[in-house]
Design a protein around this ligand. Structure first.
Ligand SMILES: Nc1ncnc2c1ncn2[C@@H]1O[C@H](COP(=O)(O)OP(=O)(O)OP(=O)(O)O)[C@@H](O)[C@H]1O
Length: 751
């Protein structure tokens, strides 16, 4: 996009001009911080006055000052990053941010000799800053006036003549990168660098994702700013920026409607590794602690699962058939335990009254006739037991009032009798999801509850998997389903809500004393069971049972769902689609497709496309935006696979500045960590399913055939593994890969 390169010396002049602007901005920010600090201390003093009027005023002041301080302090780093130079607009109207609103240039903005004047220059940053005379010094990147910075292209430039990305650190401008969007015009604007996007893509990777706020591309911007109503669905191949876009969208929604969304956005990620990788992006956009980013294995409070079931078991546990099994189990768990009392004996009116097993069973069946959650049926069970005991006691009264009084006394006496209380606790215990899940580990009980739903070998597999220690990722969705079926008493640890918080909305904007952003996100996640907006990353991987779990958290929410069917590790795609439809209901959906791969150079994307053609014949690969000229390296492992993997990783560590990921089949995870021991923290070993969403400067993909064969969706998992590198890829073939003379595995050959 960039064209003419400016003469030497011009770059320094341009940097100096941006430096002067940044100095003005900092000066203004300092003024505002002083103002905010003054307001805070003033407000604190006035708070002591205590009249209702003064209190309301104090709240309003603290509210505004708090926002200022919070944001200014956290965003002093590199918050000014962009500039656009614009032609005069069609009309002379200005928006709330002080910028002209028109997207199109005025008819006479361009003269016949293709010369034009720059009518407006806007600087874009992480927050908006107005000068003392309300002229915009910096426009918030989410404001409408900033949209042309992202949306303009040489094909549809609108008013934008030049787009500039400013690189700065603290108070110093380090450089500028320009894109000329109307190269046909003569405006006198110099153009510096090769364009911001390429500069951003060439940077070495760390173990955390960076924001892309200075180089969001037009098709991505359409998604980020899509109206929040209903469901926004985004598909796109690997590296098209789906995760980045979803996170920037969260920041945009907060900017648009903070009252509605603050603290009420849930972002569901497939793995804890991806959570750790992405959780810095929102704070860098100034939205610390407003979005709960959670792994799908950590959505149920008190459980953090990162164990995986083997694919055959995962397939059963993730399927909708489990809803039936769990419904039976939730009710079936009430009986069958040997320790349960089988007879109820109490003393009434001076004699023993007893209910035998048949009578008790009749009571139980009657109670279970209702559809309410099992734990919530306990009061009904208690009442019907008392009814049965009363009938058995043989007392009859002709006088109705007397009968009612007697009955009341009877109920009070019996229900406070220790024998009765103990019996009820044993016969209709309060069931916890974990207890019921543990009961499923008993093959006999499970086969009873799974009759005509699971086959005997399936029962055996599931029961065996549940006998192992530790919950798996798929168990979490089962626990959540059970929580609904059992109905738990409301959580008791809720934070007390300060009435003043409700008055001002301050609660949503200000962290509590001494609380970090992360702690705040944790607290909000704990307190919330339903969200205003739910983002699902890597949505193609959610099983039907997981869709039900996530759906329960967004019953009244708007949604952003990003994914790529070609990367799905779940086999039953249709069943997952049905569960997803059920979770989303009839809400209208707005669909977007991202088409450009920003991660992989063309040389790596080409290899991945070979596997895609096998995994999902007919589907299209995204277009790689750059090429490095470095071809993937193919090697064949000898007798010592570990030594070869280690050597390949060492070569890459020497060649790239940033990170190296070594992807192996899931069952080699622990082994691979051992192979890489001592190589430092730039290199990581990953099981194939853990590689989801992550990226590295270079990757080693170990024994592709093993990855492809480890599950029925293995080819798609291999496709994920091959698309993680931003610069270099080494493929290390094992025997099963049938490498050719050049070491290229059978699965990666085009012929
Ligand atoms: N507009 C952009 N400017 C700079 N970098 C970008 C841009 N868009 C995407 N990227 C970079 O491309 C890489 C891939 O982005 P991201 O992880 O969001 O893609 P994805 O579609 O979620 O990929 P996958 O499906 O493989 O998980 C990231 O390093 C991201 O920062």
């Amino acid at each position: 996009m960039a064209a003419q390169t400016a003469a030497p010396g011009v770059r320094d002049q341009e940097i100096a001009a941006e430096q002067a602007h940044l100095d003005r901005v900092y000066h203004r920010l300092e003024e505002k911080i002083h103002e905010a600090e003054f307001l805070m201390s003033d407000a604190a003093q006035r708070g002591q006055v205590g009249t209702p009027g003064a209190l309301a005023e104090r709240d309003a002041q603290v509210f505004r000052a708090g926002i200022h301080l919070n944001r200014l302090n956290s965003e002093f780093e590199d918050f000014l990053f962009g500039r656009i130079d614009l032609l005069r607009g069609k009309d002379g109207k200005k928006g709330a941010d002080g910028a002209f609103t028109s997207v199109d240039p005025a008819d006479d903005a361009i003269r016949e000799d293709a010369t034009a004047d720059i009518a407006e220059t806007l600087h874009i940053g992480r927050i908006g800053v107005l000068d003392t005379d309300y002229a915009p010094l910096v426009i918030d990147w989410r404001a409408p006036a900033a949209a042309p910075f992202y949306r303009s292209t040489p094909v549809a430039p609108g008013r934008v003549v030049r787009r500039r990305v400013i690189r700065s650190k603290g108070r110093r401008v380090l450089g500028v990168e320009d894109d000329l969007l109307r190269p046909e015009l003569t405006t006198g604007l110099p153009v510096i660098g090769d364009g911001a996007l390429m500069a951003a893509l060439g940077q070495a990777r760390t173990h955390t994702m960076r924001d892309i706020v200075s180089s969001i591309q037009a098709e991505q911007d359409l998604v980020i700013r899509a109206p929040a109503a209903s469901v926004t669905e985004v598909t796109g191949g690997p590296g098209t920026g789906k995760t980045a876009v979803a996170l920037h969208r969260a920041a945009y929604l907060l900017y648009q409607d903070r009252r509605r969304y603050a603290g009420g956005i849930l972002c569901v990620s497939p793995t804890p590794l991806l959570v750790a990788y992405t959780e810095g992006v929102l704070p860098s956009l100034g939205e610390e602690g407003q979005v709960a980013i959670r792994a799908v294995g950590s959505l149920v409070d008190g459980v953090t699962a990162d164990l995986y079931d083997d694919p055959a078991v995962a397939r059963i546990k993730g399927s909708l058939r489990m809803t039936k099994v769990l419904r039976n189990a939730a009710r079936g768990c009430l009986d069958g335990d040997d320790r349960q009392p089988s007879v109820l004996r109490v003393v009434a009116f001076g004699r023993r009254v007893e209910l035998d097993p048949q009578e008790l069973d009749a009571v139980r069946q009657q109670v279970l006739g209702g559809t309410a959650p099992v734990n919530l049926l306990r009061p009904r069970a208690r009442r019907l037991l008392l009814d049965a005991l009363w009938r058995k006691s043989g007392r009859r009264f002709d006088d109705q009032q007397l009968a009612a009084e007697e009955r009341q006394g009877f109920d009070e006496d019996i229900s406070t009798e220790q024998d009765f209380i103990d019996f009820l606790d044993g016969w209709w215990p309060v069931l916890r999801p974990a207890d019921v899940l543990a009961a499923l580990a008993d093959e006999k009980r499970l086969s009873r509850w799974a009759r005509r739903v699971l086959s005997p070998p399936e029962v055996r597999r599931v029961a065996r998997s549940l006998r192992r220690t530790g919950a798996t990722v798929h168990d979490v969705a089962l626990l959540d389903e059970l929580e609904t079926l059992l109905g738990l008493p409301p959580r008791d640890k809720r934070r007390e809500i300060d009435p003043m918080d409700q008055l001002t909305g301050l609660d949503e904007l200000m962290p509590q004393r001494g609380e970090s952003g992360r702690e705040r996100a944790e607290r909000l996640a704990w307190e919330r069971t339903e969200y205003a907006h739910v983002i699902v990353d890597e949505a193609q991987d959610l099983t039907p049972m997981q869709w039900r779990m996530v759906g329960r958290r967004g019953r009244t929410a708007t949604w952003t769902i990003v994914g790529d069917p070609a990367q799905s590790s779940w086999l039953d795609v249709d069943e997952a689609a049905r569960a997803r439809d059920e979770a989303l209901g009839a809400r209208p959906r707005r669909r977007f497709t991202l088409t450009v791969n920003y991660r992989n150079p063309a040389e790596i994307a080409e290899v991945a496309a070979t596997v895609l053609a096998l995994a999902m014949p007919g589907s299209e690969s995204p277009r790689a935006v750059r090429s490095t000229g470095i071809r993937p390296r193919y090697e064949v492992a000898g007798d010592d696979l570990g030594a070869d993997v280690r050597a390949a990783a060492q070569v890459l560590l020497a060649e790239v500045d940033g990170t190296v990921g070594v992807v192996v089949a899931m069952n080699r995870r622990a082994q691979a960590r051992g192979w890489l021991a001592g190589l430092g923290d730039r290199v990581v070993a990953l099981g194939s399913l853990e590689a989801k969403g992550l990226e590295y400067d270079a990757t080693v993909v170990v024994c592709p055939a093993e990855i492809a064969e480890e599950s029925p969706a293995g080819l798609r998992v291999l496709y994920v593994a091959l698309t993680r590198a931003t610069q270099q890829l080494t493929v290390l073939a094992g025997e099963r890969d049938l490498p050719n003379a050049d070491g290229v595995p059978d699965l990666l050959r085009r012929d």
